[in-house]
Design a protein around this ligand. Structure first.
Ligand SMILES: Nc1ncnc2c1ncn2[C@@H]1O[C@H](COP(=O)(O)OP(=O)(O)OP(=O)(O)O)[C@@H](O)[C@H]1O
Length: 202
């Protein structure tokens, strides 16, 4: 269970989160939606331990979130973060060396289901395939919480649909909770158990 308790976040003068309190139960798929700048990314970065709140506390499974929370939370950022000169198989190998919970077989299975050739270089991939690789390496981690920030941005509707369905197959809701920020509510609505709507940091 994730407990967000009176959390506020300021970036110098700008208030990005304003006294948020919410509980997220386990085993669910949660969507975080809201207009640009409403605080979605700030909130998920705090959940992933990448940023500290200015006020309030976040607990995941009763423990205060700190920088070690990455052992229990897999985070997909909306930024590009692969080395361009790596091949996909090198990315998979690299993740295996970084995360003890990384399930290489699961990653390979996802790659073959999505018909992606492992020998291809990151720099040669289309945006849609790079996004797929980001999703694959995130979902291949066997952690209780998977948080994905705008995983479908910039993808065409057909690709989004395939990726959304692909994601569902690889999340084990008996053991895992999936949280995603998105602007694509219409497309993901059907798979969400709950939605958090954010507005001006609330
Ligand atoms: N590093 C930063 N420094 C200063 N202000 C920031 C920083 N990051 C975010 N903000 C501000 O905090 C507010 C919340 O931003 P955040 O990125 O969390 O929103 P968001 O809902 O994820 O937006 P989007 O849908 O556009 O991705 C915005 O007003 C934004 O300009």
């Amino acid at each position: 269970m994730i407990q967000i308790d009176n959390v506020s976040k300021r970036y110098s003068l700008r208030k990005a989160l304003d006294n948020c309190t919410v509980t997220i139960n386990k085993g669910k798929i949660i969507g975080i939606i809201g207009e640009n700048g409403s605080g979605k990314t700030t909130l998920v970065k705090i959940l992933a331990g990448l940023m500290k709140p200015s006020k309030g506390v976040v607990r995941i499974d009763e423990k205060l979130v700190n920088r070690h929370i990455g052992e229990r939370v897999a985070f997909l950022s909306d930024r590009e973060y692969f080395y361009d000169y790596f091949s996909i198989e090198q990315v998979i190998h690299f993740y295996g060396t970084q995360f003890p919970d990384f399930n290489r077989e699961k990653a390979i299975e996802m790659l073959s289901l999505m018909k992606i050739d492992q020998t291809r270089k990151i720099s040669h991939l289309s945006k849609g395939n790079k996004t797929r690789i980001k999703i694959i390496v995130t979902l291949a981690r066997e952690v209780p919480y998977i948080i994905v920030d705008e995983p479908f941005s910039g993808l065409d509707p057909l690709v989004r649909k395939t990726i959304i369905n692909g994601m569902l197959q690889f999340v084990d809701l008996d053991k895992q909770t999936l949280i995603m920020t998105t602007h694509e509510l219409a497309e993901v609505e059907a798979i969400l158990d709950e939605v958090l709507l954010m507005k001006q940091g609330k």
